[in-house]
Design a protein around this ligand. Structure first.
Ligand SMILES: Cc1cc2nc3c(=O)[nH]c(=O)nc-3n(C[C@H](O)[C@H](O)[C@H](O)COP(=O)(O)OP(=O)(O)OC[C@H]3O[C@@H](n4cnc5c(N)ncnc54)[C@H](O)[C@@H]3O)c2cc1C
Ligand SMILES: NC(=O)c1ccc[n+]([C@@H]2O[C@H](COP(=O)([O-])OP(=O)(O)OC[C@H]3O[C@@H](n4cnc5c(N)ncnc54)[C@H](O)[C@@H]3O)[C@@H](O)[C@H]2O)c1
Length: 506
C-alpha cells in the first residue's frame, strides 16, 4: 500500500506539468501509451462510449490534465446503466416495493388505507425523471471538467482516429493519442426467440411495459430476471422463471441462494430449473413457449402474455471497425486487454462490459479510472476478486469474495460464522427480518475469504465486508469493532464473532 501511495503521489506531481520529462516517465511506466497532445487539435484521450466505464474514464482523464473527448451514440450519457439498466430498474424496484408494502405490510404497522392502486404511467414517469436528471447531471460534469462531448456513432479509421456519424446527420473525425473503447454490452439473444420489445422483451422493454402483464415468463434466473420479475410480480403479474442451470444466480453462495430462492417462492415467484426454452409462438394473443428439460426429454408448453429474455449480455462492438485496426477479441467477442487495459494495438485500450470480468457498473468505473491513471503514467488499481455483487430484490442479496463452494474447491481449511436477522434487534423492530450474514474465514489465519448477506439493505451492508477484504482483515477485526445499536450492521459483527469465536445474541 505504501509503495502504491508513493507511486500515486509521484505520478500526481509529474502529471501537473506535462513536460517532456512527464512524457518520458509515462512512456516508461506505460510503454504502450502514445503520450500526450501538445497544443495541437489532437486529444490526449478519446473515449468511445459514455457509460459508467466511458464517462468516468473521460472525467478522470480530464481531471488528470489530459485533453479528452467522449463519443456517445445514444444522445444521452450514462450508458446502459443509467438509461436502461441500473437506475430505471432500481427506480421501479423501489416504487413497486412501496406499493407491495402498502398493500401487504402497512396494516401490520397500524397504517390503514381504504384502497391502494397502481398508477403505472406515473410510476414510469417517476423512473424517467430520475434517468433524465442523472444523464443531464453527467453532461454538467463534462462541462465542469472540460470534457469535449461528441454525440454520434464512432468507428475506427486508424488506431488514432475515430470517424463519427453525428446524431444530427454530419460526420467528424476525432483524433486521439490514446483511444479507450468503452462500448459496453447488449442483450444476448436466444436461438428461435426474437425480441420485439412488445410480447418478447429484453430488459429495456421490461422497464417500459405499458400494462401489467397477467402472466410474465422470465428466461434466465440471473440478476435481470430476478429484479424485473420482482418488479412485475409485486405489481400483480404471475411470474414464472425458466432457468437452464440447476440453480438460480450461479455466482451466489449455495446456502444463501437456497434461502433466497425460498424467499422469492414465498413472494409468489415460480421457478422451472434445469429447463430450456426451445421455441416461442407469438401468432395468438399471447405467447406460447415450448420447453424441454435441459438434459433432453419430453416437451411441455407454457403460456404467457409477456416473455422477458434475460439470459445474459454480450459485448457490443458492432460497427466499431475493430477488424480494421486488428484489435484482438476472444471467442465470445470480448476485447482482450493486459493488466493496464491495453489491447494488442498500441494506444488502444478497452474497459467495462466489453472486456472480460464482471459485467457491473462499479467494475466498469474502476476500470475507467485505473486505465486513465496508467495512461497518465500513474498507478491504477482494480481487484476483480473484491468487486461486490448485489441483487436488488427484497430482501437484497450482496456478496464479496469467495463462496463456500469456491473455498472448498481451493482446499483451504476454513471456518464459517453465520447470524440470522431474526436475532437482530433492528430487523425485528421494523418487522423485516428475513435473511442472514455468512462469513467464511481461513482457519489458520482467520483472514476473511468471503462475505454473503441477505437483508433488506444488504447492498449497503456489504461495504464493511468489501473494505475488510481489501485490507486483508480477519473476522476478529470486524468482531472487535464497535457497531452502533440498533442497526442491521450488528448482524455483520455477530457473524464475525461467530466465525472466530461465539456470537452473543444467538
Ligand atoms: C436491466 C439492467 C440492470 C442493471 N443493473 C445494474 C446494477 O444495479 N448494478 C450494476 O453494477 N450493474 C447493473 N447493470 C449492468 C451495467 O449496466 C453495466 O455493467 C454497465 O452499464 C457497463 O458499463 P459500460 O460503460 O462498460 O457500458 P455501457 O453502460 O453499456 O455503455 C456503453 C455506451 O457506449 C455507447 N456506444 C456503443 N458503441 C458505440 C459507438 N460505436 N460509438 C459511440 N457510442 C457507442 C452505447 O450507446 C452506450 O451508451 C444492469 C444492466 C441491465 C441491462
Ligand atoms: N444488480 C445488478 O448488479 C445487476 C442487475 C441487472 C444486470 N446486471 C448485469 O447484467 C448482466 C446480464 O444480466 P442477466 O440477468 O441477463 O444475466 P446473468 O448472467 O446474471 O443471468 C443469466 C441467467 O440465464 C441463464 N440462462 C442462460 N441461457 C439460458 C437459456 N437458454 N435458458 C434459460 N436460462 C438461461 C443462466 O444460467 C443465468 O442464470 C449480468 O451479468 C449482471 O452483471 C447486474
Amino acid at each position: 500500500m505504501a509503495m502504491a501511495n508513493l507511486a500515486r503521489r509521484k505520478g500526481f506531481l509529474l502529471s501537473r506539468n506535462l513536460s517532456s520529462e512527464t512524457l518520458k516517465y509515462s512512456l516508461s511506466l506505460a510503454s504502450f501509451s502514445r503520450g500526450f497532445a501538445s497544443g495541437s487539435d489532437d486529444n490526449d484521450v478519446v473515449v468511445v462510449g459514455g457509460g459508467p466505464g466511458g464517462y468516468v474514464a473521460a472525467i478522470k482523464a480530464a481531471q488528470l490534465g489530459l485533453k479528452t473527448t467522449c463519443i456517445e451514440k445514444r444522445g444521452a450519457l450514462g450508458g446502459t446503466c443509467l438509461n436502461v439498466g441500473c437506475i430505471p430498474s432500481k427506480a421501479l424496484l423501489h416504487s413497486s416495493h412501496m406499493y407491495h408494502e402498502a398493500k401487504h405490510s402497512f396494516a401490520n404497522h397500524g397504517v390503514k388505507f381504504s384502497s391502494v392502486e397502481v398508477d403505472l404511467p406515473a410510476m414510469m414517469a417517476q423512473k424517467d425523471k430520475a434517468v433524465s436528471n442523472l444523464t443531464r447531471g453527467i453532461e454538467g460534469l463534462f462541462k465542469k471538467n472540460k470534457v469535449n462531448y461528441v454525440k454520434g456513432y464512432g468507428k475506427f479509421v486508424s488506431p488514432s482516429e475515430v470517424s463519427v456519424d453525428t446524431i444530427d446527420g454530419g460526420n467528424t473525425v476525432v483524433k486521439g493519442k490514446n483511444i479507450i473503447i468503452a462500448t459496453g454490452s447488449d442483450v444476448k439473444s436466444l436461438p428461435g426467440v426474437s425480441i420485439d420489445e412488445k410480447k418478447i422483451v429484453s430488459s429495456t422493454g421490461a422497464l417500459a411495459l405499458s400494462e401489467i402483464p397477467k402472466r410474465l415468463v422470465v428466461i434466465g434466473a440471473g440478476y435481470i430476471g430476478l429484479e424485473m420479475g420482482s418488479v412485475w410480480g409485486r405489481l400483480g403479474s404471475e411470474v414464472t422463471v425458466v432457468e437452464f442451470a440447476p440453480d438460480i444466480v450461479p455466482t451466489m453462495d449455495g446456502e444463501v441462494r437456497k434461502q433466497f430462492q425460498r424467499t422469492l417462492e414465498k413472494q409468489g415467484m415460480k421457478f422451472m430449473l434445469k429447463t430450456k426454452v426451445v421455441g416461442v409462438d407469438t401468432s395468438g394473443d399471447g405467447v406460447k413457449l415450448t420447453l424441454e428439460p435441459a438434459a433432453g426429454g419430453d416437451q411441455t408448453s407454457l403460456e404467457a402474455d409477456v416473455v422477458l429474455v434475460s439470459a445474459g449480455r454480450t459485448p457490443f462492438t458492432a460497427g466499431l471497425g475493430l477488424d480494421k485496426i486488428g484489435v484482438e477479441t476472444d471467442k465470445v467477442g470480448r476485447i482482450l486487454v493486459n493488466e493496464r487495459f491495453a489491447t494488442n494495438v498500441s494506444g488502444v485500450y478497452a474497459i467495462g462490459d466489453v472486456i472480460p470480468g464482471p459485467m457491473l457498473a462499479h467494475k466498469a468505473e474502476e476500470d475507467g479510472v485505473a486505465c486513465v491513471e496508467y495512461i497518465a503514467g500513474k498507478v491504477g488499481h482494480v481487484d476483480y476478486d473484491k468487486v461486490p455483487g448485489v441483487v436488488y430484490t427484497h430482501p437484497e442479496v450482496a456478496y464479496v469474495g469467495k463462496t463456500e463452494e469456491q473455498v472448498k474447491e481451493l482446499g483451504v481449511p476454513y471456518r464459517v460464522g453465520k447470524f440470522p436477522f431474526l436475532a437482530n434487534s433492528r430487523a425485528k423492530a421494523i418487522d423485516d427480518a428475513e435473511g442472514l450474514v455468512k462469513i467464511l474465514a481461513e482457519k489458520e489465519t482467520d483472514k476473511i475469504l468471503g462475505v454473503h448477506i441477505m437483508a433488506p439493505n444488504a447492498g449497503e451492508l456489504i461495504h464493511e465486508a468489501v473494505i475488510a477484504l481489501q485490507y486483508d482483515a480477519a473476522s476478529e477485526d470486524i468482531a472487535r469493532v464497535c457497531h452502533a445499536h440498533p442497526t442491521m450492521s450488528e448482524a455483520v459483527k455477530e457473524a464475525a464473532m461467530a466465525t472466530f469465536d461465539k456470537p452473543i445474541h444467538i
